[in-house]
Design a protein around this ligand. Structure first.
Ligand code: NAD
Length: 443
């Protein structure tokens, strides 16, 4: 625990990243005030309810609300008066008119905060931004703050994984701070003291390198996933088994097994938009060829969705018109209710547009899915989703689906056809129970 008098901290933007960061920083003993422009989010968090699914986070939130270390507001004057350090955690989604990142939320947050700053402050960006953004944000911050205000900016990219948010915030692989300022570095070291004591690497870089660490890490991870999915494409054509291939590759410790799972590919609120924004930025910097491979990484990823649909269509012998399809999974990955660029919902929606009656079940993401895809039907259980189905598609590998009993499902479907979009089911077992089992990249 730290001395709570050392620093009072604000967290601006309390979505997946900000809410987790605010609760975890409070848990380290700091006084934290979270701010969001979405009043419903502020009300929900103030009442101890996380407005999204993140295992373990609600407990941390409530513990710190009860201890009086954590509050939420929508008032920028209040955070400017309260905090010595402001973490910037607003969204940076893909722009609707291009591949570039939409930085309007970052800019709006700075414009809202800066004029109210009346005491020395440090602003630390955590949002994922294109390289070069932080320098511009620093200029805007200084221009919009009252004359003579002592305010400095650093950028500390965030690497947390949804579903492991608490663990990743409290025990990250590394902490990176981009800054030229010894004061910003000192503040960040003070806040990160519990992690530094655990031996977690603490790296100080310039602003540009810190921004690049995040997007290049995501570019690498996306590339690794698309690499094995490219091998799945080749395996399908050659009659090889990509699962056995991936396993054999994984024993090479220069390669490793993580992010080497062949399947439907990546989605969510980070990897797809981050690699596209990275390409757009490389273009602006005049080094477009350096990242042209990411175009193929993106294309391979999209092709897996089309391939999954083709396999399902093949199983039912023709078109989807008037057929019944059960889809297991809506979240972009298990242990999350995030449906941003979800491969499962993309596949479900495309199949529905081809005339099928598609029913989706997900343990946590149903409400969000219903809002985003009203054209689909939704069920409250796995069995209800697959009732009368001509084909079942397992598209998000929740434990509940991995553990599904093939006999129980067989009792309610119209035909025992299953597409394992995540290579997560036991092919031998499903076939032994008379299912026609198909998976990506395997015979
Ligand atoms: P999110 O959409 O869940 O949250 C963003 C929040 O910012 C929303 O609650 C929104 O209401 C709020 N906001 C928007 N404009 C605001 C403003 N002007 N002032 C105050 N609040 C404002 O997004 P997220 O997933 O939390 O991502 C936030 C950033 O963190 C992005 O840059 C993302 O790439 C990055 N990131 C996310 C993750 C993740 O796992 N979600 C991991 C690492 C990095």
């Amino acid at each position: 625990m730290v001395d709570a008098q050392l620093s009072r901290i604000s967290v601006i933007g309390t979505g997946y990243l900000g809410a987790t960061h605010a609760a975890c920083i409070a848990d380290l003993g700091f006084d934290v005030l979270g701010l969001d422009v979405d009043q419903a989010k502020v009300d929900s968090l103030s009442a101890g309810r996380i407005p999204f699914y993140e295992p373990g986070l609600e407990e941390v939130l409530n513990r710190n609300l009860a201890a009086g270390r954590l509050r939420f507001t929508s008032d920028y004057t209040e955070v400017a008066e309260f905090a010595d350090v402001h973490f910037l955690c607003v969204g940076t989604p893909q722009r609707s008119d291009s591949n570039a990142a939409d930085l309007s939320f970052v800019e709006a947050a700075i414009e809202s905060l800066a004029p109210h700053l009346t005491r020395p402050a440090v602003v630390i960006g955590k949002s994922t931004v294109p390289v070069g953004t932080a320098t511009r944000v620093a200029d805007r911050l200084h221009a919009a703050a009252p004359a003579g205000t002592d305010v400095e900016l650093g950028w500390s990219p965030e690497f947390l994984r949804e579903g492991f948010g608490v663990e990743d915030t409290l025990r990250p692989n590394r902490i990176v701070i981009g800054t030229e300022s010894t004061r910003v570095e000192a503040v960040m070291r003070e806040i990160s003291a519990p992690q530094i004591e655990q031996g977690i690497p603490f790296l100080v870089t310039d602003l540009q390198t810190a921004e690049l660490v995040k997007v290049s890490a995501n570019a690498f991870l996306a590339t690794k996933i698309s690499f094995i999915n490219a091998m799945a494409e080749v395996s399908e054509a050659a009659g090889a088994d990509v699962m056995k291939l991936a396993k054999a590759l994984s024993y090479d410790d220069r390669i490793g097994g993580k992010f080497l799972g062949p399947g439907l590919g990546f989605g969510g609120g980070c990897l797809p938009k981050d690699i596209r924004a990275f390409m757009a930025r490389a273009d602006e910097l005049g080094v477009e060829p350096a990242l042209s491979f990411l175009r193929e990484v993106d294309a391979i990823n999209q092709r897996r969705r089309a391939r999954t649909i083709d396999i399902a269509r093949g199983l039912i012998g023709g078109g989807f018109a008037d057929r019944t399809v059960g889809v297991l999974g809506a979240a972009f990955k298990p242990n999350s209710d995030d449906i941003r660029d979800s491969p499962a919902l993309d596949v479900a929606s495309t199949i529905a547009s081809q005339g099928a009656r598609v029913t989706v079940y997900d343990p946590e993401a149903l409400e969000r899915a219903k809002e985003a895809h009203p054209e689909l039907n939704y069920a409250h259980s796995m069995l209800e989703a697959v009732r009368d189905a001509d084909v079942v598609l397992m598209l998000t590998e929740w434990a509940e689906f991995r553990d599904a009993d093939p006999d129980e499902l067989a009792k309610v479907v119209a035909q025992c056809n299953i597409v394992d979009g995540r290579n997560a089911l036991d092919a031998v077992e499903w076939r032994a129970h008379n299912w026609t089992y198909r998976a990506l990249g395997r015979p």
